[in-house]
Design a protein around this ligand. Structure first.
Ligand code: SF4
Ligand code: SF4
Length: 381
């Protein structure tokens, strides 16, 4: 029995290995190698501890969870522990045999990411030739196995104009739900921000496209859509608030309040190899640091939205200001909001640079998030 409300869901990042190289990947730029990953027994223990703690859902993610040959054992353990399980996958490694085996072991749901509506662009963005065709085949395998399917459409300036075709693809694949997710600028996405950030006109067209599709597909496909932070007036309640609803276990066993939390370089995260999940959830200093409202600076401290959005995203505050304890600059009331708008105008207003593809050979020595943003008054760097 724990004092705190239990987390609702566990994001199990079972590996950082992935055949794709998406330039917006939310994994930390310091990718974990296979030798540092938790083994099967540790993951099965973590899954049991999560269920004991009160977690209801487990999302197997990565990297690419299918890169682990023991995924089936973990899915089976989740079912035994009574957890609803979801596989978040690029799907290029999914075979019919594995799909049916995962279903038979208790997998409840599959979420497949698509990089674009057409093969040439999708393969270029994901850095994996032939990937788009494999994803189409895998989506059909999911539906043939009788499992519900969600499509993750990560959108940015290089595919946003194809959104209507991407939504048509979701309908043709008999998806139940579509998450149209604007890139979140942490990890690799932060390195590639100028290549990915859309301009306001592009964003407005996409929002109109989503509204029309919601009307057309009502009762058949649910479409989730959130305006990107760089053009928002108020921040999202990131993860439903730091340490309130979700926890994340990294491939090496670090327990994080969100998948991007390791970008905050002055926090230390405890590992499931040293303490139980319940102990970490209850009292880990990293979870305690931004829980509730006590930590908040002004203007959050006296704002009537402080228990709605919980001050927004700590990782974004750190990335833009160098201080995770600042109000999220996505908020129009933040003293750093103008800086964020200037960055958006500057980076979406010039030709996109080449992608820095996410792979083990491209890991930057100093991540861009370790270099707080500075703009001169004329908008130059
Ligand atoms: S975003 Fe792309 S590179 Fe990152 S884990 Fe997902 S499929 Fe792999
Ligand atoms: S000031 Fe803080 S609590 Fe108020 S809306 Fe902005 S981020 Fe949310």
């Amino acid at each position: 029995m724990t004092r705190r409300d239990p987390p609702l869901a566990l994001l199990a990042e079972v590996t950082h290995r992935c055949p794709l190289q998406c330039p917006y990947c939310s994994n930390p730029v310091a990718l974990e190698r296979a030798a540092g990953e938790l083994g099967t027994d540790d993951w099965c223990r973590v899954i049991a501890e999560a269920a004991d703690l009160g977690v209801m859902q487990i999302h197997f993610s990565g990297g690419e969870p299918l890169a682990r040959k023991d995924l089936e054992t973990m899915v089976e353990q989740a079912a035994k522990c009574g957890l609803y399980s979801n596989l978040i996958t690029s799907a290029v490694l999914l075979t019919e045999e594995r799909m049916n085996r995962l279903r038979d072991l208790g997998l409840d749901h599959v979420q497949i990411s698509f990089q674009d509506s057409a093969a040439a662009s999708g393969d270029r963005i994901g850095g994996y030739r032939g990937g788009h065709a494999k994803k189409l085949g895998a989506a059909r395998l999911v539906r043939a196995a009788g499992l519900p399917l969600t499509l993750n459409l990560v959108v940015h300036r290089q595919n946003l104009d194809n959104l209507e075709a991407m939504l048509g693809m979701a309908e043709a694949l008999d998806a139940h739900r579509v998450e149209v997710a604007h890139v979140q600028y942490y990890g690799w996405a932060y390195e590639n921000r100028a290549a990915l950030l859309p301009n306001r006109a592009q964003l407005d067209r996409a929002t109109a496209t989503v509204e029309a599709a919601r009307e057309r597909l009502k009762g058949r496909v649910v479409i989730d859509y959130v305006v990107p932070d760089y053009y928002a007036r108020r921040p999202k309640a990131c993860m439903g608030g730091w340490g309130r609803r979700f926890l994340n276990v990294s491939p090496s066993g670090k327990v994080l309040p969100c998948h991007a939390a390791e970008t905050i370089t002055d926090l230390e995260f405890e590992s499931v190899t040293a303490r139980s999940l319940a102990e970490i959830w209850e009292s880990s200093p990293a979870f305690e640091r931004f829980r509730g409202t006590e930590w908040m600076p002004e203007p959050c401290r006296s704002c009537d939205r402080r228990e709605l959005d919980w001050g927004g995203c700590r990782c974004q505050a750190f990335a833009i200001t160098g201080d995770a304890a600042q109000t999220d600059p996505a908020c129009g009331l933040s003293p750093h909001h103008d800086l964020m708008l200037s960055l958006a105008a500057r980076e979406s207003g010039r030709g996109p640079p080449d992608f820095v593809y996410r792979n083990y050979g491209n890991i930057p020595e100093t991540p861009a998030t370790a270099r707080p943003e500075v703009l001169l008054p004329d908008g130059s760097e």
